[in-house]
Design a protein around this ligand. Structure first.
Ligand code: NAD
Length: 327
């Protein structure tokens, strides 16, 4: 039976990975410094903030690891070419619950816009004042969706349900889906100029790194709201902070952050936060941050566990992986 070492695990991961195979759960993240803890394992199972660079992958291969099972869809944290050269197989969970992420995106927007987080705290203090809690209707606003893959499509459909005009940009558009859902594709520049709310649903790739930067942020309408539940490095944080300080950007909701490794998923409540840009972001009244939790629904966790176990079993039985799984 395959031995698999899981990294960056939390109680909610372990709860769903109950299985007969030999699974060992580590709390630490996998990187070049921790890779020797995989000694004796055939497989390592990793998440979004494990760092599988050249040094880490070389150490894994030297110790006899043969399979890297990502329990997520994104794979920007793995050097795929090095893994290939070392003969390491890489599998992922291409889709688990796109609804979980799309719904969290809407939850973030509604909380930020209607100031639910502030109202909740006020009412608990018996402060029933409404001053400063004004929001706006989503109805008849223009929403720009960047990336109409699995998550972007669902987010677009939910926004259509609000009665918003939905524009989309994707280098690989889905014209039939757009037509039947009354979504209009435009180019990226047009999207930036036209939308009141911009929502990112693209993978982190070399050409999407800092997709929102000084120049592209300046093309947004003044007062626009930005939503990012995809990957932190899609946004240049320094430029974002500048846009917030000048009030060009009306509000930002983030489930991901450029330098989230080592911060998100951890309880640092007794620590001194070392990241000055994250500290600054947390001071804005119009910034809402969650700690990469968009995927955290029962349905998504169950599907991640099922698909990951199936990937490991298929590797063990030498059976072909399901489409879109192997990288
Ligand atoms: P997907 O692969 O189904 O869709 C991605 C879409 O982006 C594709 O249609 C692709 O053509 C498009 N695209 C690629 N480059 C683009 C560009 N430069 N501009 C515009 N569009 C571009 O992926 P998905 O399942 O919808 O996931 C989207 C992203 O959400 C993932 O890459 C991941 O980073 C993120 N994600 C976050 C969480 C979370 O918990 N916050 C969970 C799952 C996924």
């Amino acid at each position: 039976m395959l031995t698999c070492c899981f990294y960056d695990t939390k109680p909610y991961d372990r709860k769903y990975f109950i299985h007969g195979a030999k699974f060992e759960f580590q709390e630490c993240r996998l990187n070049a410094q921790t890779a020797t803890t995989a000694s004796g394992a055939d497989c390592v199972c990793v998440f979004v903030n494990d760092e599988l660079d050249k040094d880490c992958l070389s150490l894994l291969a030297e110790q006899g690891v043969r399979l890297i099972a990502l329990r997520c869809a994104g794979f920007n944290n793995v050097d795929l070419q090095v893994a290939k050269d070392l003969g390491l197989k890489i599998v992922r969970v291409p889709a688990y619950s796109p609804n979980s992420v799309a719904e969290h995106t809407i939850a973030l927007l509604m909380t930020l816009n209607r100031k639910i987080h502030r109202a909740y705290n006020r009412v608990r203090e018996l402060n029933f004042s409404l001053n400063g809690l004004e929001g706006f209707d989503i109805h008849r606003k223009t929403v720009g969706i960047v990336g109409t893959g699995k998550i972007g499509k669902i987010a677009a459909q939910i926004f259509r349900g609000f009665g918003a005009t939905v524009l989309a940009y994707d280098p690989f558009p889905s014209p039939e889906w757009a037509e039947s859902n009354h979504v209009q594709y435009v180019n990226f520049e047009e999207l930036l100029h036209a939308c009141n709310i911009l929502s990112l649903h693209v993978p982190l790739l070399p050409d999407t790194y800092h997709l929102l930067n000084v120049e592209t942020l300046s093309q947004l309408q003044p007062g626009s709201i930005i939503l990012n539940t995809s990957r932190g490095k899609l946004i240049d944080t320094t430029a974002l902070i500048q846009g917030l300080k000048t009030r060009h950007i009306g509000g930002v909701a983030l489930d991901v952050y450029e330098e989230e490794e080592g911060v998100f998923f951890e309880d640092l409540s007794g620590e001194v936060l070392q990241d000055d840009e994250l500290s600054r972001l947390l001071t804005f009244p119009n910034v809402l941050i969650t700690s990469h939790q968009a995927f955290l629904t029962q349905e998504a966790l169950l599907q991640i566990a099922k698909s990951t176990i199936s990937n490991i079993e298929r590797f063990e039985m030498n059976e072909p992986f399901l489409e879109g799984t192997e990288l």
